[in-house]
Design a protein around this ligand. Structure first.
Ligand code: AMP
Length: 212
């Protein structure tokens, strides 16, 4: 039996059709259920639904053999103590610096609001730019509008959220997609079932028909 930790929200929604193609079908509506551990048909696996930022921790410590989580979360988590063998090609978006449309910050030391503090620090330091980091936990788009920050670092998909708030994308930090991650010890101890699932997923991904 494998435990698969999945980031709730957008990733869970997009991962379910992919997992279904691989024969992993939850016994309850995983998006609506209040259960945190959901068994699947034929007892192939358990699906564990948690916050995206907790997925790497569960997999690192082996509480879940497998995890499904965005590359943004993995980049923010830093030092990877697990394998990241497959790009699942879902949850594709861009991690970007954005700011108020047509407005250059007055000071050369800018204030950047984000929940991605590690990534943002690395990026601005690499560029040799002076900045103050303002850690937020959501709705980063609001920060420039109320004068809390000059710029934000956030995920951009269609760009509609930026546009609706008078913001514009400025710089691309990374292209993002959802990854399968695997606990290192489990890769040895449960090699056969993990390899079988991975091969299955790889051929489904190659076919691509699970994507909208
Ligand atoms: P959009 O308006 O389509 O550009 O989407 C931007 C909003 O959706 C922002 O609040 C992002 O944080 C969030 N978002 C976009 N793509 C993703 C993703 N792949 N995973 C999680 N959140 C996302």
């Amino acid at each position: 039996m494998l435990n698969i930790a999945i980031a709730k929200g957008r990733i869970l929604k997009e991962a379910l059709p992919l997992l279904a193609r691989a024969g992993i079908v939850p016994l309850e509506d995983a998006e609506k259920s209040r259960k945190l551990i959901i068994p699947t048909k034929n007892n192939v696996a358990n699906i564990i639904i948690i916050r995206a930022t907790d997925v790497p921790t569960y997999v690192e410590y082996g509480a879940a053999e497998l995890g499904i989580v965005g590359k943004d979360v993995l980049m923010e988590y830093g030092d990877q103590k697990f394998f990241e063998p497959i790009d699942l090609k879902i949850g594709q978006c861009r991690l970007m610096v954005a700011g108020i449309k047509n407005q250059t910050p007055k000071s050369h030391r800018i204030r950047v609001a984000t929940k991605f503090s590690n990534i943002t620090k690395r990026y601005f330091v690499e560029q040799g730019r002076q900045f103050d980091l303002i850690k937020l936990y959501g709705s980063m788009e609001l920060a420039p509008l109320v004068g809390l920050a000059d710029q934000i670092v956030d995920l951009v998909d269609t760009g509609n959220t930026l546009l609706a708030n008078g913001l514009e994308p400025l710089e691309l930090i990374a292209t993002i997609s959802t990854r399968l991650i695997v606990n290192k010890a489990a890769m040895k101890l449960k090699r056969e079932s993990i390899m079988m699932l991975m091969e299955n997923l790889e051929s489904i991904i190659e076919d691509g028909s699970y994507l909208k």
